[in-house]
Design a protein. Structure first.
Length: 176
């Protein structure tokens, strides 16, 4: 295996080449943590935020990068998921269960996404994220989720596939 050649290194993303393949890497993290919040009454907590690369609002599960900030160096992947849950939604989880670890986009980046579920939720604050993230929080009964997502998509929002993957795995593990 050849060494990696740096084609361009930016603040948040770099473009690299190994052999004849170009790919992207984050200079400050190679692991992403997502978390599917499930309330005791089988509601799903999702977030909505504007994503610059997509030039659209996206409905997503809360997520963040592991070790991307100096103050969180050494943080476990599960701790990152719990921290992002609290920052973005205002909920704290009694239990965090790993669902699956999978390539984020195997043809584009070696990044791995670790998906978790959060249960035993307590509302601590309103959420909204940090550093001007401008995140909206949606709490949706599981029985109404498909209709909610279809309505948002019809309104021009994008729906992140990790919602569906997380729900599938949470059902498989008996969490919902």
């Amino acid at each position: 295996m050849r060494e990696i050649e740096v084609l361009h290194a930016g603040k948040y993303l770099g473009l690299y080449q190994r052999d004849n393949w170009e790919f992207a890497l984050r200079p400050n993290a190679s692991v992403c943590a997502t978390i599917l919040p499930i309330t005791d009454t089988e509601e799903i907590v999702l977030i909505e935020q504007f994503r610059v690369p997509m030039q659209a609002h996206v409905i997503e599960v809360p997520a963040g990068l592991v070790g991307d900030e100096p103050e969180f160096e050494g943080e476990t992947i599960a701790d990152c998921a719990g921290r992002e849950l609290l920052e973005e939604t205002g909920y704290k989880a009694d239990k965090i269960t790993e669902l699956i670890a999978t390539p984020t986009s195997a043809g584009m980046t070696p990044e791995i996404t670790h998906m978790f579920a959060a249960t035993g939720l307590s509302k601590i604050h309103d959420g909204g994220g940090v550093d001007g993230e401008d995140i909206s929080v949606h709490v949706i009964p599981l029985s109404e989720l498909d209709r909610f997502l279809a309505t948002k998509q019809a309104d021009g929002l994008l729906i992140d596939f990790k919602i569906h993957a997380s729900i599938y795995k949470a059902k498989e593990l008996g969490l919902i």
